[in-house]
Design a protein around this ligand. Structure first.
Ligand SMILES: NC(=O)c1ccc[n+]([C@@H]2O[C@H](COP(=O)([O-])OP(=O)(O)OC[C@H]3O[C@@H](n4cnc5c(N)ncnc54)[C@H](O)[C@@H]3O)[C@@H](O)[C@H]2O)c1
Length: 216
C-alpha cells in the first residue's frame, strides 16, 4: 500500500540532489506534490519524472531567500489542493569562506536561504495543519549544524538554527498532531558541494568512519 496516498506535500529545492530524490519517493508513494525551486529547468525535469510516476504535480518557480518566494509554494499547495499536509524544507545553498573573509552579504544570504525560509514556509503552513490536526514538517539540516565545520561558520550557524527551530516548534505543536523533525545528513556528492574545495573534502573524508580506501 502506498504510504502517502492523497497527502498534499510541498518540497523545496526539488530540482536537484536530496530534494529531487524525496520528490520521486513521495510521488511513488502516492502524494500530490508542489515542487519548488529557483532553477526552472531542473524543476521541470523533476516534475516530469514525478508525473511519470503517476503523481499530480504543480511547479513553483521561486527563490526561497525572499519572504515571497519562501511562502509561495505553501500558498500554491493550498490554492491547488485545498490545504497542505507535509512540508519538506529542503532548499539550501552552500558557500565556503574563512570567517575573517565572510562578507555581511554572504552571511545574510546564507541565513535567508538556509534558515529564514524554513521559518517562513513553516509559519504559513501551520494554520492549515493545526486546523486539520494533522501535519508533518521535515527540515533538512546538516551534521555540520551539530559538529561545525571550518570555513563554514555561516552554513553551520544556519543549520544549527534549523535544528533549534525544529526542536522548539516540535515542542509547540506536537500536541496538535503536527510533528516537526529535522534530518542532518552527512556529506553527499550533489551539486551543492561543487563549491567546496577538494582539500576540504579530503580532510572531511579522513574524519568519516569507514574502511580505508584509496584517496582517504
Ligand atoms: N549534499 C550534502 O552533502 C548535504 C549534507 C547535509 C545537508 N544538506 C542539505 O540538503 C539540502 C539539499 O541539498 P543537496 O545536496 O540536495 O543540494 P543540491 O544543490 O543538489 O540541491 C539544492 C536545490 O535547492 C535549490 N535552491 C538553492 N537555493 C534556492 C533558493 N534560494 N530558492 C529556491 N531553491 C533553491 C537549488 O536550485 C537545487 O535544486 C540543503 O538544505 C543542504 O544544505 C546537503
Amino acid at each position: 500500500m502506498p504510504q502517502l496516498t492523497n497527502r498534499r506535500a510541498v518540497i523545496t529545492g526539488a530540482g536537484s540532489g536530496i530534494g529531487a530524490s524525496i520528490a520521486r519517493a513521495y510521488a511513488a508513494e502516492g502524494a500530490r506534490l508542489v515542487l519548488a525551486d529557483r532553477n526552472a529547468a531542473s524543476l521541470a525535469e523533476t516534475a516530469i519524472t514525478c508525473r511519470n510516476l503517476g503523481a499530480e504535480v504543480f511547479e513553483c518557480l521561486a527563490d526561497v531567500g525572499t519572504v515571497e518566494g519562501a511562502q509561495a509554494s505553501v500558498y500554491r499547495c493550498v490554492e491547488h489542493f485545498g490545504g497542505i499536509d507535509i512540508l519538506v524544507n529542503n532548499a539550501g545553498m552552500l558557500t565556503q569562506a574563512r570567517c575573517v573573509d565572510l562578507s555581511i552579504e554572504m552571511w545574510n544570504d546564507m541565513l535567508r536561504v538556509d534558515l529564514t525560509s524554513v521559518f517562513v514556509a513553516s509559519q504559513r503552513a501551520l494554520p492549515h495543519m493545526l486546523a486539520q490536526r494533522w501535519g508533518r514538517i521535515i527540515n533538512v539540516a546538516s551534521q555540520l549544524g551539530i559538529k561545525g565545520g571550518a570555513e563554514l561558520t555561516h552554513y553551520a550557524a544556519a543549520k544549527a538554527g534549523v535544528i533549534g527551530f525544529t526542536k522548539s516548534l516540535a515542542l509547540e505543536v506536537a500536541k496538535d498532531n503536527v510533528l516537526v523533525n529535522a534530518i542532518a545528513p552527512g556529506p553527499i556528492e550533489t551539486p551543492l558541494v561543487g563549491g567546496i574545495s577538494a582539500e576540504w573534502k579530503r580532510a572531511k573524508r579522513r574524519t568519516a568512519p569507514g574502511p580505508l580506501r584509496p584517496g582517504r
